[in-house]
Write a protein that binds this ligand. Structure first.
Ligand code: FES
Length: 114
């Protein structure tokens, strides 16, 4: 099980309770800071064109500003309709103040590919 690490951004550039969008290697990602812990999901809402890095963050929930669907940022689970499909999450590591993900690894194994 080899780890593939992709560098996304500096941890310090994202304030607690905020998110930033990072595009890299064909992925569009939302990087969230929740109480100085970092979480990464796909930026694109699973319901439509909403960009989750621009959504409303309340604790560990992000609300899409398109139709107000919402997801748990840590697990990717849907917490409010009209979203139906969980959001893809990524395993995160912060090394020397930089945020990295393993693009092949979900955060908590809840959204493993079938
Ligand atoms: Fe996000 Fe519809 S696009 S809730």
């Amino acid at each position: 099980n080899s780890l593939r690490l992709m560098e996304l951004c500096s941890a310090a550039e994202i304030e607690p309770g905020c998110a930033t969008k990072v595009e890299k290697d064909g992925l569009a990602l939302a990087v969230f800071n929740i109480d100085n812990a970092y979480y990464v999901t796909d930026d694109l809402c699973t319901h439509g064109p909403g960009s989750l890095s621009e959504g409303d963050i309340d604790g560990d929930v992000v609300e899409c500003d398109f139709h107000n669907g919402a997801f748990n940022i840590k697990t990717g689970e849907v917490v409010a309709p009209p979203c139906m499909i969980p959001l893809r999450t990524y395993a995160v590591q912060v090394i020397d103040g930089r945020v990295f993900i393993d693009p092949d690894q979900p955060a908590f194994g809840l959204d493993e590919k079938a």
